[in-house]
Design a protein around this ligand. Sequence first.
Ligand code: URA
Length: 432
Amino acid sequence: MQTLEIKDFIKTKQDSKSHTEEEINFFIKNLSQFTQDEITEWLKAVKRNGMDDKETTSLTLAMANSGTVLSWEGLEPTIDKHSTGGIGDKVTLLFAPLIAAYGINVPKLSGRSLGFSGGTIDKLESISGFKTNLSTEQIKEQVKKIGLAICSASTELAPADKKLYFIRDVTDTVDSIPLIASSIMSKKIAGGSKNIILDVKFGSGAFMKTLKEAQALARKMVTIGKNLNKNTKAVISDMNQPLGYAVGNTLEIKEVLEVLSGKEIKDLIEIVICLAKEAIAGANLKPQEGNLESKLREILLHGKALKKFEEMISAQGGNLKSIFNPEKKAKYIESLKSNCEGYIQNIDALLIGEVVHELGAGRKSVSDQIDHSVGILFHKKHGDKVVKDEPILEIHAKCKEDAEFAKRKLSSALKFGQNEPGKLKLVHEIVR
Ligand code: URA
């Protein structure tokens, strides 16, 4: 009986027909009873034939309901954020304290590094003592006190998505807009916030390689969010060069502190302010007096967000000063110098991500230990002029061999030209 039903379920999608909500609920509820081959057949049919908005919404809700669905009653409004991942993407670490310092609660559940892109939890674990495993009660207590907590998402959150993702990862079925959209949104729905802002990145250092793919994903996720009664918006942003100047865990925390202390790092500040503005406007709150953007810039760059960040680090047991300890620095630091004079026309973000991963900042399997000290610190970025022998970046490695390997790979990540290139546009579209 069960086998017949799963066969029928698979056939519906193979025949390019739509599933009902009941069928999708049945599939997700009984996931553990189906074989990997059966699930794979269905995933392949979805990858080939797609799913409409109604089916994708049903799948999202069914996966969210497969585990704990959090509630922030008494703490609302709360804002949740998600990034589809990029290189040097430390945006959550600026966005969350900014929003909390503005006065809106942020109970933020984050992830670890995935493939070539880094993870917020790994970055925070560069800070000695910082606890990332908080119970729901601890998150609530902390958010009540200081308006902010960033911690790891529990395994109880959307477990059906974890099971499906595990199979997708080994069966070439990750790459499907409805499957990606429902996977991401199931975790956001289970995360419980009423307001969701999505940073959907495209380009060489992003999951979505083209603007068109990013638009399709963003639209699908915003539609799902709205169908499920969440204020959802997406900002589509460029990831063709790393964000900011630092890539690698400790280096990125240091850059976060620099911005929170007033350093004008243009691309980072632009995306953080844009996401914050959209999230606050989307939450339909009574606007505070004055221009929102100027107010946010003031909070971000002139101490209030820094204070919030410090409060969070100390509430979660971290010693922020520890990141400046000599033993947190990479053992071997080597500069890459320009071999010509000209303008930087392109920095291949994917290659940068891969090199930093190889240096030890990312994992090859979930159980791998990462090295928080390694990474790349840029001195120059897209559009900057360099003269011959001028240092372009620093490689932070654990040994000379790793640094030499990185240096060889990095030479092809940078393209130079004699003409000043046009500015790279960062924010391309806002999907509301
Ligand atoms: N990230 C997710 O959480 N799910 C996907 O399917 C892809 C990226």
